[in-house]
Design a protein around this ligand. Structure first.
Ligand code: ADP
Ligand code: MG
Length: 238
């Protein structure tokens, strides 16, 4: 089964074409990493997949259904942002439950899913705190928890670790890898960190100026970069 198929995706903002004919598949359970320089369109592509932006043309197919006209909340995806995007007036528990409340899930389901995510992310000591009383790493775990409780088929991570210091980045990276194994969900993960890309990815998509430059496993890209540009990101130093 295919979790996501993008076909001939174009996206323009006014005169400027930011995504230029993106074609891509993500298989069920696959961990796909997008890398590429700042401004090449990584976040825009995630937002088109999530439905936060409409593609100018092309189709977004999630789990076998074309979702171009389906609102974000009904696409079976959850997105984790670099900035956490937590609600300051809500507790950890409240932040994690909010999406499920908006879906009008029964309280029993909400409590059960939140509790499970709290355990998974080791947040039980913090459930009643506000985001302002948490460290950056804890906040990002809450943001990840808020995605987990929705039980999405596809997770989208937009540079989730780039606001964390190096030690926390490594810990959280390992946690995300564990989550991927535990949940067996498909994940798309944007980063400009070579270590994150090489260690997390089943498949790396190198983007450049709104186009796919090369797709392959970490080892394929490392050993056989298509050109200098890919080599500069991931290739062997030779
Ligand atoms: P990345 O995440 O790879 O750094 P982005 O997807 O954020 O790149 O941005 C790609 C390009 O699209 C940039 O030139 C950016 O300025 C432009 N862009 C992104 N969002 C908008 C928007 N809402 N309106 C106009 N231009 C945008
Ligand atoms: Mg971005």
């Amino acid at each position: 089964m295919t979790a996501l198929t993008l076909t001939h995706i174009h996206k323009s903002f006014g005169e400027v074409e930011v995504l230029k004919d993106i074609n891509l598949t993500v298989e069920d359970g696959e961990f796909v990493v997008f890398v590429g320089p700042s401004g090449c369109g990584k976040s825009t592509l995630l937002r088109v997949i999530a439905g936060l932006e409409d593609a100018t043309s092309g189709t977004v197919n999630i789990g076998g259904d074309v979702v171009n006209n389906v609102p974000p909340a009904r696409r079976g995806i959850a997105m984790v942002f670099q900035s956490y995007a937590l609600y300051p007036h809500l507790s950890v528990r409240g932040n994690m439950a909010l999406g499920l409340k908006q879906e009008k899930q029964p309280k029993s389901v909400i409590d059960e899913r939140v509790e499970k995510a709290v355990q998974m992310l080791d947040l039980s000591a913090y459930v009643d705190r506000r985001p302002s009383d948490l460290s950056g790493g804890q906040r990002q775990r809450v943001a990840i928890g808020r995605a987990i409780v929705r039980d999405p088929k596809l997770f989208l991570f937009d540079e989730p670790l780039s606001n964390l210091d190096a030690a926390l980045r490594m810990n959280t990276r390992i946690e995300i890898a564990e989550l991927h194994r535990t949940l067996s969900a498909s994940m798309i993960y944007v980063t400009h960190d070579q270590t994150e890309a090489m260690t997390l990815a089943d498949k790396i998509v190198v983007l450049r100026d709104g186009q796919v430059e090369q797709v392959g496993s970490p080892m394929e890209l490392y050993n056989n970069p298509a050109n200098q540009f890919v080599a500069g990101f991931l290739g062997s130093p030779s």
